[in-house]
Design a protein around this ligand. Sequence first.
Ligand code: CDP
Ligand code: MG
Length: 154
Amino acid sequence: MKQRTCVLIKPDGIEKKVIGQILTRFEDQGFQLLGMKMVPVNQEKLENFYSEHKGKTFYDHFLNFMLSGPIVATVWEGEDIILRSRQIIGATNSQEAEIGSLRNLYGTDNRKNLVHGSDSSISAEREIKIMFKESELCLNNSLDLNEPRQTKVP
Ligand code: CDP
Ligand code: MG
């Protein structure tokens, strides 16, 4: 089933200079990028985005971490992308994340874990609306984005 997901590269991903590595993993799956922007964090948006966690013991520390630097917000579309992207990302605690997952490779712990991925299509639609205006998404592209890569790797 074709689905959309909202993936955020958290401040630690930008600090570690692995934006390219993260995007490559999604492109390698043939997922289609519908929107992307690097933005200074906006506390109100973040509180809305993560409202399900409000009141949890880790919430304040987590929000401070998310507010510590810019983030890259992206929207992707693909077959079963919710489940497949969460497999690419790995378990919440980077120390327990599956070998080869992004959090295993570049995450630190259960807070600094590099990437956010939507946990359902309903969450994805909600999160995309918080992060993007309709006009910032490229939904009606005439290019055949399922073509394989054209570049020659040196
Ligand atoms: O991101 P994911 O869906 O895997 O985990 P979550 O349970 O929805 O938690 C959201 C985010 O809160 C995590 O990705 C962590 O960055 C953070 N968190 C934390 O700081 N401390 C915890 N004990 C659990 C989560
Ligand atoms: Mg979550």
